[in-house]
Design a protein around this ligand. Structure first.
Ligand SMILES: Nc1ncnc2c1ncn2[C@@H]1O[C@H](COP(=O)(O)OP(=O)(O)OP(=O)(O)O)[C@@H](O)[C@H]1O
Ligand SMILES: O=P(O)(O)OC[C@@]1(O)O[C@H](CO)[C@@H](O)[C@@H]1O
Length: 306
């Protein structure tokens, strides 16, 4: 079974402005939509689109939690949320001037008892399962929360995938995540550097493998992506198309990679499918549909670089 962990789910409140976003003034949206968001939730939605079952874990509470549950209901995912007292957050995504501006909430305060209830649930994972942990941590969860889960998962002989940034990501690498997926900016920040060309990105991404990751994906938005395996480095293009909403493109890429890898153990095919899911989401209002993913898949070419 694939479990996705979204410790800090959100209602994504997407506001479309036909005019320039004017900071410090009243702006009025021409269109708005509420989506059940959070990185792990997005991963589960794309997995479902591809025909892979998964279970969604996370914390859910308050009046906004009820609204989130209603929004998620139509997607018919299998969910096992840990109830909490505090409100689920609302993340504001403003689309204006062909740019996306995001303001993400901090998330609920999680009590020690709520945290324990969640960890008790994680104990049921078994050998053969894979856990995808993605996104920010809500208040009062320690920075090593993901590390704690990664330790539990590996002790059970299961695999994990982590999509987070900074030290929290570095700390889990010695436990050998199946794949990590920083974007190129996050990768540069991780090693306190900047990149002049692709070869420098590959060198930095290879360090993630040296530190323990089994595979590294580096997403580069409209410039495509890289896959680093123990033996080789590959790149793929990002097809040209009208970008509608790139929120969740990275999550879609992870879903495509993980679902395909669990089925085929083929990193290259998983990379191809992951890239198709990422671009298909960028070309969609909401997350990608299977039809869109299939079309975009045909437009992606994977090239071996080394
Ligand atoms: N503008 C785009 N055109 C085509 N493909 C895109 C575009 N943006 C993203 N993609 C595809 O989706 C993948 C993931 O996107 P991106 O690098 O933006 O991830 P991210 O930074 O994790 O995004 P997010 O946090 O919004 O999910 C890219 O590597 C690429 O394959
Ligand atoms: O604040 P976090 O947890 O880092 O990111 C949350 C988030 O921006 O990520 C998803 C897109 O990747 C959105 O659905 C959601 O709002």
């Amino acid at each position: 079974m694939i479990y996705t962990i979204t410790v800090n789910p959100a209602i994504d409140y997407v506001l479309q402005l036909d005019q320039t976003l004017d900071l410090g003034a009243v702006n009025r949206a021409q269109n708005d939509v509420k989506l059940p968001g959070g990185k792990g939730v997005n991963v589960s939605r794309i997995l479902q689109e591809l025909g892979f079952d998964s279970t969604v874990w996370g914390f859910l509470g308050g009046a906004t939690g009820k609204m989130f549950a209603n929004l998620l209901q139509q997607h018919q995912l299998h969910t096992e949320f840990t109830p909490v007292q505090d409100d689920l957050r609302i993340n504001v995504k403003i689309k204006a001037d062909n740019e996306e501006t995001e303001v993400n909430g901090q998330g609920p305060a999680i009590t020690p008892a709520e945290k324990q209830a969640f960890l008790d649930q994680v104990k049921k994972i078994q050998k053969g399962d894979v856990i995808v942990m993605a996104g920010s941590l809500p208040r009062q969860l320690d920075n090593d929360f993901y590390l704690e889960i990664a330790r539990m998962v590996t002790q059970q002989g299961a695999e994990f995938v982590i999509d987070t940034t900074g030290q929290a990501l570095l700390d889990t690498l010695p436990l050998h995540p199946l794949v990590v997926k920083p974007n190129n900016h996050e990768l540069a920040d991780l090693f306190h550097t900047s990149f002049q060309d692709v070869s420098e990105i590959i060198t930095a991404a290879r360090k993630l493998l040296d530190l323990g990751a089994k595979h590294a994906l580096v997403s580069m938005a409209g410039d495509g992506a890289l896959l680093i395996t123990p033996e080789h480095a590959f790149s793929c293009n990002a097809p040209k198309g009208t970008v509608q909403n790139s929120v969740g493109a990275g999550d879609s890429m992870i879903a495509g990679f993980v679902g395909t890898y669990m089925q085929t153990q083929d990193a290259l095919e998983s990379f191809h499918q992951g890239a198709a899911c990422g671009s298909a989401t960028a070309f969609s209002q909401d997350l990608a549909t299977l039809d869109k993913i299939k079309t975009v898949y045909q437009q992606i070419m994977v090239t071996q670089l080394s």
